[in-house]
Design a protein around this ligand. Structure first.
Ligand code: NAG
Ligand code: NAG
Ligand code: NAG
Ligand code: NAG
Ligand code: NAG
Length: 501
């Protein structure tokens, strides 16, 4: 920390600290409060997995699934599933009539595209930023639902510019399993799905770093834990030192890191420890764009407006990430509010203490008791409730938020200091309720005070939002992969100082 720290104090950051437009009004504590001895809250949960179901594999003969199945998936039940997988493979061989994905239609290159492609990386970013500031009003886009967005015109334009301009360079350095080995299931699946999807991507990836607008550090925070954390040591410093050395190696080997002191580099880490494993490297902590599930604005590491709040998605079956999506009509949702889960962190015990077993409308449990789950599963509960309570665990994020979207339940988020995913573009008040931790005793009154008409609007918005939170085996426009990439792109544009016209 001492040498890099000294370097950084001389060098002032390349991105403006004045906030551009639409950055959410979240107060952040000063950078200086972060330090390399940042301790970890709770009991260092090795796996805060809840409500897991057995993993099944579905290997089909179509090319997409095949490429996915060759991606190494490290997971505990590998042995048990391998046998099953082999059986399936035999079965699918007999039915090779899978739909063949048609080739994309030939793209007509416009004069405008030829112009933006001709721009060197920095000029292209300047151009994009100017275009967004001078956006004209979009009247209609069949693929986007305006009420979900803070400003649909800005999002639509920024996204279109990303599609036409953005190139990402992926460092090939770094050995498996920490690098280049996506972990596709469990509650930290977001980092793995992002890694897998971008490493397979052609549109946004360049092999020529001179053409790149962004540089991806292709590691998994989850794999870092599995590889380097000594169980019960309560010490994550070795993980942080490992990343420091990795970044110093890249900075010595290539000219790109030093050029911006890491500001055009990004990482995607969903593991709870994501932010704490960066602190041995000052530039990595402060300058790099960090897409983190643990988007806590109170710790001085995650900075709203610069960093990206990464959704936490529980993937139970990597071959069928979209399984179970959908929910019941509002009229078939008799339960007002539902929560079941382990008593991690500071909020959940309080929630249980106030609401556990007290009120028919408020189904608030610890781990779902057998007497209850025998009659109705966890997922059925979410599909039959009007509101799904998403209290923070050890850390601010919870996979329940995205689960609520999948099951068409309006999420109620209780996690002070949590910067909500994609809040630079999404209007969370349109599809969620945020309740302050101190208001837990008023929870029922707060929910009952929401007029039915407003609730119905929110629930419709939740359904319209689903596609933006889905991992598709083959990514499609505006899905979760693209939303994450867009937020990183948007953050990069946010750094660009417009030269005086
Ligand atoms: C680092 O931060 C922790 C918690 O924020 C604090 O207890 C500790 O004193 C700090 N250490 C240094 C060297 O600033
Ligand atoms: C595998 O997935 C395909 C397409 O999603 C589906 O049609 C098929 O029934 C599945 N097979 C098994 C054995 O689950
Ligand atoms: C802004 O957009 C308008 C119309 O779309 C155009 O005439 C004008 O030149 C643009 N201004 C800048 C600074 O690009
Ligand atoms: C969206 O942003 C543009 C450009 O700043 C602005 O002209 C427009 O009024 C905004 N629209 C809404 C709905 O806020
Ligand atoms: C980048 O800066 C670091 C620290 O000042 C230095 O050790 C390294 O050699 C530099 N890299 C290059 C490629 O010049």
């Amino acid at each position: 920390m001492t040498t890099t720290g000294a370097v950084l104090q001389i060098f002032t950051l390349p991105y403006p600290l004045t906030v551009w437009f639409l950055v959410p009004p979240v107060t952040t504590s000063s950078y200086k409060s972060s330090n390399s001895t940042m301790h970890v809250k709770g009991n260092l949960p090795l796996e805060s997995v809840e409500q897991f179901q057995p993993v099944e594999f579905n290997v089909s003969t179509n090319s997409i699934a095949k490429s996915a199945s060759t991606t190494p998936v490290v997971e505990e039940r590998a042995k048990a599933t391998r046998r099953r997988r082999r059986r399936r493979k035999v079965k699918t061989k007999q039915t090779p009539d899978e739909p063949i994905v048609p080739p994309p239609p030939p793209r007509v290159v416009t004069a405008w595209q030829r112009y933006v492609w001709s721009l060197p990386p920095h000029e292209a970013l300047m151009y994009a930023r100017k275009e967004i500031e001078n956006v004209s009003i979009v009247t209609e886009d069949p693929d986007l639902y305006a009420p979900l967005f803070r400003n649909i015109s800005i999002f639509q334009r920024s996204y279109e510019l990303m599609e036409n301009i953005l190139k990402v360079y992926i460092y090939q350095d770094g050995a498996r399993p920490i690098f280049h080995e996506p972990h596709l299931n469990g509650i930290y699946a977001s980092e793995g799905w992002f890694m897998k999807t971008i490493e397979e991507n052609r549109q946004f990836v360049t092999r020529d770093p001179k053409k790149a607008h962004l540089f991806y550090l292709p590691y998994s925070a989850r794999q870092l834990e599995l590889a380097l954390y000594v169980p019960d040591s309560h010490n994550i410093k070795p993980l942080s030192i490992f990343l420091r050395d990795y970044v110093n190696m890249l900075a010595a080997k290539y000219p790109y890191w030093n050029r911006t002191h890491g500001a055009d580099h990004f990482l995607v880490a969903c593991h709870d420890w994501g932010p704490y494993t960066l602190t041995e490297h000052e530039e990595l902590t402060k300058n790099t764009i960090k897409a983190l599930c643990n988007a806590d604005s109170s710790e001085g590491i995650f900075v709203a407006g610069k960093d990206v709040s990464l959704p936490e998605t529980t993937i139970r079956n990597p071959k069928k990430p979209l399984r179970d999506v959908g929910g019941k009509r509002v009229s078939q949702r008799p339960i007002l509010a539902f929560f079941a889960g382990n008593m991690h962190g500071r909020v959940r015990p309080k929630l249980l203490q106030v609401w556990g077993d007290k009120d028919e409308d408020m189904r608030i449990y610890g781990p779902l008791p057998l007497r209850v789950s025998k009659k109705m599963s966890y997922v059925q509960h979410m599909k039959s409730s009007r509101f799904c309570i998403c209290p923070m665990g050890y850390e601010v994020n919870s996979p329940r938020i995205v689960e609520a979207f999948y099951y068409e339940c309006v999420p109620v988020i209780i996690a002070d200091n949590f910067v909500l995913p994609f809040s630079e573009v999404l209007d969370w008040s349109a599809f969620s309720v945020v309740v302050a931790e101190k208001d837990i005793p008023n929870l029922k009154d707060i929910l009952l005070a929401i007029p039915l008409r407003r609730y119905l609007n929110m629930q419709t918005n939740v359904k319209m939002l689903q596609k933006h939170f889905l991992w598709n085996p083959r990514p499609i426009r505006y899905d979760l992969f693209h939303m994450i990439l867009h937020s990183i792109w948007y953050s990069r544009l946010n750094q660009i100082q417009l030269q005086q016209q």
